[in-house]
Design a protein around this ligand. Structure first.
Ligand code: CP
Length: 330
């Protein structure tokens, strides 16, 4: 399949629903092949550069293991050891890496340069730019989340009640890429989406407008609440996250007012009991079992966290297999 060759994967908003469906179909095929021990050497001798400005467990390892399974090679780049840390411009990095390999992937959610850096690289790169999470989007995560919901709910996810329950600290640079990506993606699949957050922690207006537009066109819905119980009640899938809990480490230098103010935004056993019987508990991870979620929920029978994380591997392979595959952009 050559139709995606050279296409950037920066936001799923730039992929049509049919294209996303293809990504998901290929992900599911690759997952089956992996389970059967079948080799999938679709990218022999190809190199993906992985530029990481921040830490990662799932994203880095899904890309590294993924490209190995496709017959290629991942070149991990800790950006503190690159000249970008001395201010080398995106153009020079993009042109040079694209003359040496077949894709450039980058994570830079908190670095300040975010999506604009990826866009700048995309302007000059002759190979696809793959977003491993920036300040706005985490498309790899969104794709794996959608795949997991489809697997668990038998494919048809229309009018499934999905609640994205979100609290984060305004004192920190805002890590909004996961709820933002989910808010834009799920309504495109006709889901009934509830976005819940403490007042004052809004996603940008354009995200809400776009999410509502998507919902209108698919027969789904998108609404906002500031009441946690309301978000949990009768939900089929919940994604509760409270980033505040991650900034308690004094070594991060972050004094987090949001941590104290929003510590009540926790997925407790009592709140989870308000959901529908087979409700999925999902989380992009990492998760904090003390401040963010009760262990009985995240380690309980409704938790899909490990399947969700496992699917990061197969969706990453699908993105690489379809976008790399050859030199030269569309
Ligand atoms: N979900 C996710 O992106 O995890 P990592 O930060 O470990 O890559």
């Amino acid at each position: 399949n050559t139709i995606f060759r050279g296409k950037d994967f920066i936001t799923l908003e730039e992929w049509t629903k049919e294209e996303i469906d293809t990504l998901l179909e290929v992900s599911k095929d690759l997952k089956k092949d992996f389970a059967m021990g079948k080799t999938t050497p679709y990218l022999p001798y190809q190199t993906v550069f992985l530029m990481f400005f921040e830490q990662s467990t799932r994203t880095r390892n899904s890309m590294e293991a993924g490209i190995t399974q496709l017959g290629g090679h991942a070149h991990f780049l800790d950006t503190s050891t690159m000249q970008v840390s001395h201010g080398e411009v995106a153009k020079d990095t993009a042109v040079i890496l694209s003359r040496m390999g077949h894709a450039i992937a980058c994570r830079n959610c908190f670095w300040g340069i975010g999506n604009a850096y990826l866009r700048d690289m995309a302007k000059y790169s002759s190979v696809p730019i793959l977003n491993l999470q920036d300040d706005l989007f985490h498309p790899m995560q969104g794709l794996a989340d959608l795949m997991t919901i489809q697997e668990k709910r038998g494919g048809d996810v229309r009018n499934l009640k999905v609640s994205i329950i979100w609290a984060y600290a305004t004192t920190h640079k805002k890590p909004i890429s996961v709820p933002l990506t989910q808010s834009l993606l799920f309504p495109r699949y006709g889901m009934d989406v509830t976005l819940a957050y403490p007042e004052g922690y809004e996603l940008p207006d354009w995200v809400v407008e776009q999410a509502k537009k998507h919902a209108e066109s698919t027969g789904g819905s998108f609404r906002i609440t500031h009441d946690q119980e309301d978000a949990y009640k009768d939900a089929d899938v919940v994604f509760p996250k409270n980033w505040g809990s991650w900034f308690k480490n004094p070594s991060t230098e972050v004094v987090d007012a949001g941590l104290e103010a929003n510590k009540g935004w926790k997925c407790t056993e009592e709140r989870f009991a308000l959901t529908n019987k087979d409700c999925l508990y999902m989380h992009a991870l990492p998760a904090d079992r003390q401040n963010e979620v009760d262990a009985s929920v995240i380690d309980g029978p409704n938790s899909a966290i490990y399947d969700e994380a496992e699917n990061r591997l197969h969706t990453a392979k699908s993105v690489m297999a379809l976008t790399m595959g050859g030199r030269g952009r569309q």
